[in-house]
Design a protein around this ligand. Structure first.
Ligand code: AP5
Ligand code: MG
Length: 239
């Protein structure tokens, strides 16, 4: 009967959802839209977003030992040492909410970090690379506003909050990140080209060698909704 068919379909979808357990990496330059898109993917797959940048900013705000070590480096646009990042991530992915998968946003960003994941046999199902040119990024960063407690990201022109300078969900004030001035953005971009860009080859190589890592390239220029659709469509193909 139709009802029987519907029930079987329902049970099947529930099982597929449960079994999904996707572990995803979002790659891309600073300002490519990782944080913006991570929010959608995380909701869609019901997996936590693990943004090392957001975690570090929380550590800085709380003046923890890690925060004290990271503060100046972040403000200057330098990377935080691999050892500190790997401890942070290892602890985070062993938490209960990561048992059904997780989404890395801004990690790994050096070959050392990527190799550490591989050596620790952390399964990565999919690497999604968001491509945006440097010129566009500098424009984006100057208009970015963030809600520091959640990491929610807006843009004064491309993705404005409902009320000027106020977070849509909490009603709290938005801020500009201290590392979003033009000079620091340029430095972050050059570090990205030197240290993070090589990860594309690393993961492309992995996906061609029978390891089950899928590699997807997304054009990050265009409407936020269109890019979201492209990403979700690619993820759906892996189900
Ligand atoms: P992190 O916080 O990760 O910064 P990042 O990688 O530089 O990336 P951003 O958060 O700046 O950009 P995004 O890609 O998330 O873009 P967003 O969606 O906000 O790291 C900060 C620092 O922490 C590092 O510099 C380093 O010091 C340290 N750190 C973190 N992780 C580390 C690691 N693994 N190892 C070592 N050190 C580490 O979008 C940007 C803007 O564009 C927004 O305003 C948004 O609204 C807008 N926008 C988004 N999409 C579009 C679109 N399609 N069209 C127009 N505008 C758009
Ligand atoms: Mg971000």
């Amino acid at each position: 009967s139709t009802i029987g068919l519907y029930c079987r379909f329902k049970i099947l979808t529930i099982i597929t959802f449960k079994d999904l357990n996707m572990q995803i990496i979002l790659l891309g330059a600073p300002g490519a839209g990782k944080g913006t898109q991570a929010q959608f993917i995380s909701k869609h797959l019901n997996i936590p977003q693990i943004s090392t940048g957001d975690m570090l900013r929380a550590a800085v705000a709380n003046k923890t030992e890690l925060g004290l070590k990271a503060k100046d480096l972040m403000e200057k646009g330098d990377l935080v040492p691999d050892g500190l990042i790997l401890d942070l991530v290892q602890n985070r992915i062993s938490e209960a909410d990561c048992s059904n998968g997780f989404l890395f946003d801004g990690f790994p960003r050096t070959l050392e970090q990527a190799n550490a994941l591989k050596d620790r046999e952390v399964k990565i199902d999919c690497v999604i690379e968001i491509m945006v040119d440097d010129d566009e990024i500098i424009e984006r960063m100057s208009g970015r506003r963030v809600h520091p407690a959640s990491g929610r990201t807006y843009h004064i022109k491309h993705n404005p909050p409902k009320q000027n300078n106020i977070d849509n969900e909490t009603g709290e004030a938005l801020i500009q990140r201290p590392d979003d001035n033009e000079e620091t953005v340029k430095k972050r971009l050059s570090i990205y080209h030197e240290q993070t860009y090589p990860l594309f080859e690393f993961y492309k190589g992995l996906s061609s060698k029978k390891l089950p890592t899928n590699y997807v390239e997304i054009n990050g220029i265009g409407g936020i909704d269109d890019i979201q659709l492209q990403i979700i469509n690619n993820i759906e193909k892996l189900r």
